[in-house]
Design a protein around this ligand. Sequence first.
Ligand code: ADP
Length: 267
Amino acid sequence: MKRYLVEPGKKIVLAERNPNDTRAFEGGKEKGLKVLQELNLELQALQEVLYAEQKHRVLVVLQAMDTGGKDGAIRRVFEGVNPQGVKVASFKVPTPEEMAHDFLWRVHKVVPGDGDLVIFNRSHYEDVLVVRVHEYVPKSVWKKRYDQINEFEKLLAENGTTILKFFLHIDKDEQKERLQARLDDPSKHWKFRLGDLEERKLWDQYQEAYEDVFNKTSTEYAPWYIVPANRKWYRDLVISTVLVNTLKDLKMKYPESEENLDGVVIE
Ligand code: ADP
């Protein structure tokens, strides 16, 4: 999965990343889905220890263009994990109260505590993406935010938070198909916004803004992964693999009882 990691300090060009790539898994979709199931069981077990041990904090950031598959990835990757200890934080257009604070205020409030795994569905990166593309604040303001984000994530990492950031990479044709599928299916109309079509016109500006994000904010302590996401099964497989491997590396253990349980008999 290293090939999807954005190495800190190394400049990447998004157009060179193939969203159809399925290279890291030879077996094809059918086998891929089986492996995904196995990974899902592993993740369930790891999350259980994470929760029991109350020592580590895990933050998963998901970013994507519209229809990139954040919702689907959350559903599939985290299927069956114990909702106790796992939370999703979704970041929408800031409320007036949020707007009246610095951009990290609403974010810091929902970062994981001991034993928690928190998934960010969108994140503080919107403040250098949508905000930059639409010029909601002047350049002099947003350009400082990359450093501010790095400092913020460093603070979290130095306080026991493992951070993983995933960009679900689809191409413009795939977005068209997914938008069309939403339009054709009345049960998906709730997901369709005319505003999405306006955003689609800004595709290139968003890709440019994303490139800056990867080039400026992929760090040792909070790396970005650019996940090929045209194929949903592969997208989920990449995220699950990285997550499971990262959690395994934490070498978590169930805590021992603080009491002596030797010879205890239950009557
Ligand atoms: P999603 O598309 O993630 O499923 P929504 O359709 O509710 O969820 O979209 C959330 C919207 O909130 C997106 O258009 C996103 O760009 C916007 N948003 C998130 N954070 C900010 C921000 N800091 N400033 C302005 N808009 C934001």
